[in-house]
Ligand binder design. Structure first.
Ligand code: NAP
Length: 462
């Protein structure tokens, strides 16, 4: 019998849609179809692939309002952010539609007069993607666009909380003329479908965005068939405010970076490290700004912070706050909840915690919520040590007007993405990704297509 799962609106608990669970047989059939389609898609010339991607981008743009609202309904983020995510998602399709035409090889001078040495780039094969709920559109297009541009076929399993956006985007890809077996979507739980992906001889690459423990499990499962893997995993971003920072700029950028998507992004600043000579002034300005944020249903016009995605996420945040308070931290504002277990919605008032130290969970575990802990530091060396002191290495931010301090921090922070006076460093044209346990590989920019290509060397003896 066909089984389904329900997608709910996290702001109200309202049921949005039933989605059909893909059975094992259906997933395996889709993988086989993607493998077969690779034989023809990989031979389609780059200009044609580019044109099809551009058409897909145009169609998504034409449905901007519909998709933006869908993102808000299933993810909860404010509508302005839902629409912003559509633009961000399209920017990856645009970028890789262009990059499809720039996959260059090279020639190497021969070591014998008769030898001609050539290096060519070829698509890797079928790519299987698993994506999270926090950016249901952009995390998918950031993978699908370079894969298709390179000549790979692509299959995705979105998170069960937010499959509707992905399903709609894949429909539009088909409407644009990209063949059905070239870009596919399957639905259901991650552990089961992930194992079908990693076990399949028809998949040559796994690309995953999600939590670090799941990324590690997928990597282990890729070993038996030696699949290529890109891992975009968790973060625990530090944000350093040096004593010579422009505090108004720092506050404004921190608010945007911290509370976007209710703090549920992998690059959200989770540990605010402020130099002791300015910590009181920064905290006062920051708390004042936080009090202006409005929590509620993302479809209401003036709402700036939406709900927490589910009970598991809510419980983790509340547990971190209780732990911090029990170990001596103080609440400067927030720490109020509006939730209903029966209906299934969870809101947390934006919260600032002060007098935080390294023994608290909030400083060690990724926080996926609208909570900003502030800790003080004395020297820049101390700030770097605290910042680098977790297994994560995705994004870091700092604020300083001093070039010397900026260079020191840029070079010593062990993070893949560094924002200097910049709380929003992402974009389709830049390499996004983490060091240490935040991931392997980069998505976006020049670097983002390389993981979908094999390098082949041809030695011709004439
Ligand atoms: P998650 O629990 O790891 O889930 C992500 C995806 O993996 C979902 O589609 C999930 O499917 C699937 N999954 C779960 N268990 C799996 C398993 N054993 N094998 C294969 N797939 C499995 O993470 P999340 O809570 O959705 O997302 C939040 C995390 O993503 C955070 O840690 C965040 O930092 C990270 N993130 C990283 C980036 C980046 O670019 N580095 C960007 C965004 C988010 P089901 O839930 O449907 O079972």
């Amino acid at each position: 019998m066909m089984s389904t799962f329900t997608v709910n609106n996290p702001a109200t608990g309202e049921e949005l849609q039933e989605v059909i669970v893909s059975s094992n047989e259906e997933v395996l059939a889709a993988l086989k179809a993607g493998h077969t389609a690779f034989k023809t898609w990989s031979k389609v010339n780059a200009h044609k692939r580019s044109a099809l991607l551009s058409k897909w981008a145009d169609l998504v743009r034409a449905h901007r309002e519909e998709i933006g609202e869908l993102i808000t309904r299933e993810n909860g983020k404010p509508l302005a952010e839902g629409l912003g995510e559509v633009d961000y998602a399209v920017s990856y399709i645009d970028w890789y539609a262009e990059e499809a035409k720039r996959i260059y090889g090279r020639t190497i001078p021969g070591h014998q007069e008769s030898k001609r040495l050539t290096v060519i780039k070829q698509p890797i094969g079928q790519v299987a993607a698993i994506t999270p709920w926090n950016f249901p559109a952009a995390m998918m297009t950031r993978k699908a666009a370079p894969a298709l541009a390179a000549g790979c076929t692509f299959i995705v399993k979105p998170a069960e909380e937010t499959p509707l956006t992905t399903i709609r985007l894949i429909e539009l890809a088909h409407e644009a003329g990209i063949p059905k077996d070239v870009v596919q979507c399957v639905n259901g739980d991650g552990p089961r479908i992930g194992k079908l992906f990693t076990d399949s001889p028809y998949v040559r690459k796994i690309t995953f965005t999600g939590s670090t423990p799941v990324g590690k499990e997928l990597l282990r499962n890729c070993a038996d068939t030696l699949k290529h893997a890109t891992m975009e995993l968790g973060g625990h971003a530090p944000l350093i405010v040096a004593e010579d920072a422009d505090l108004d700029l720092a506050v404004q950028q921190t608010i945007n970076a911290k509370f976007r998507n209710a703090g549920q992004t992998c690059v959200c600043p989770n540990r605010l490290l402020v130099q002791d000579s300015v910590v009181d002034k920064f905290t006062e300005k920051f708390v004042e700004a936080v009090k202006h944020l409005k929590v509620g249903n993302g479809l209401d016009q003036d709402v700036t912070v939406g709900p927490i995605i589910n009970k598991k996420g809510f419980d983790k945040i509340v547990n971190q706050l209780e732990d911090a308070v029990s170990k001596g931290a103080d609440i400067a504002c927030g720490n109020e909840y509006d939730y209903n277990d029966e209906k299934g919605y969870y809101f947390i008032q934006p919260t600032v915690v002060v007098d935080v130290n390294d023994t608290m969970k909030i400083m060690q575990e990724e926080t996926f919520g609208p909570v900003a802990p502030i800790t003080r530091f004395h020297t820049l060396e101390e700030a770097v040590e605290i910042a680098n002191g977790t297994p994560y290495g995705l994004a870091a931010y700092f604020f300083t007007e001093s070039y010397k301090t900026g260079v020191y921090l840029s070079e010593n922070l062990e993070f893949g993405i560094v924002g200097w006076n910049d709380g929003a460093p992402s974009g389709a044209h830049i390499p996004f990704g983490g060091m240490k346990e935040s991931g392997i590989g980069r998505e976006g920019g020049l670097e983002g297509i390389e993981p979908y290509l094999e390098t082949k060397y041809i030695s011709t003896n004439i």
